[in-house]
Ligand binder design. Structure first.
Ligand SMILES: C[S@@+](CC[C@H](N)C(=O)[O-])C[C@H]1O[C@@H](n2cnc3c(N)ncnc32)[C@H](O)[C@@H]1O
Length: 230
């Protein structure tokens, strides 16, 4: 299993270097892309999230999980590989109800859990950072039939990248606040390739949306995929 803990630990360490995280106000929207206000919000997970059990894999500082627990009335668990991120999320939002943050690898968490979630989601989180042939079946196993998996990933053609024509991960980088970059492996699939992997895991692709960010040139920057458990 490719854990990639160290670049993400350094990422969290630099983000917390300025001091302990403060309690934060909950955001008004769930953000799927790099540009706040762009694209759909929480409704793509379920039109009525009240009382629904949700899992975020790769929750980072927990902004989206806090939105779903507070503004949408869902019961949310956020999992992140890095304990420091979980500590940061708890400092920001630990006072809120219906919100739990757990440190651990998404795959290990899913495999150990017997819970059937009403939706599972990832915003530039674990989906794309863990081998899809392992992660997608584990997600499907923990998703109730008919329920949604939604995830946003960096678009495979961002910045003019050439599309890969195999299932192997590519070299990417975590950009750090001090402007250095650390290498990571990322599975960068086209929609058609995601669809094949989803289907093998028992999930049916229901939509794929591309988003642009004018600050990043004319190439699409974000791919947002939605699928349903069969
Ligand atoms: C780019 S950040 C995104 C954080 C958050 N979703 C957001 O939008 O602010 C990626 C996060 O995924 C976490 N991560 C990476 N690999 C993971 C894994 N295998 N399991 C759980 N979390 C993981 C990292 O620690 C990091 O916090």
């Amino acid at each position: 299993m490719l854990a990639q803990a160290s670049p993400w630990h350094t990422h969290a360490l630099q983000r917390t270097a300025a001091g302990l995280a403060e309690p934060l106000a909950v955001t008004a929207r769930l953000e799927w892309t790099t540009r706040p206000g762009q694209g759909p919000g929480a409704e793509i997970l379920d039109p009525d999230l009240r009382g629904k059990r949700l899992l975020e894999i790769g929750c980072g500082p927990g902004h989206n999980a806090a939105h779903l627990a507070t503004r949408q009335g869902a019961h949310v668990t956020g999992v992140d590989l890095v304990g420091l991120q979980v500590r940061r999320a708890r400092c920001h939002y630990g006072r809120l109800n219906n919100l739990t943050f757990v440190a651990g690898h998404a795959l290990r968490y899913l495999r150990a859990s017997e819970e059937q979630f009403d939706a599972i989601y990832s915003v530039f989180g674990a989906v794309g950072l863990v081998a899809p042939e392992l992660l997608l079946p584990a997600i499907a196993r923990n998703l109730a039939p008919g329920r949604v998996l939604a995830f946003s990933v960096p678009h495979p053609q961002r910045g003019g990248r050439v599309l890969s024509d195999d299932d192997r991960p590519r070299r990417d980088f975590v950009s750090l606040p001090d402007r250095t970059r650390l290498p990571i492996a990322r599975w960068e699939f086209t929609t058609a390739r995601w669809e094949r992997h989803l289907s093998r895991a028992g999930l049916r692709l229901t939509s794929a949306q591309e988003f642009h960010d004018s600050r990043m040139g004319h190439w699409p920057t974000t791919l947002l995929i939605r699928a349903r458990r069969l």
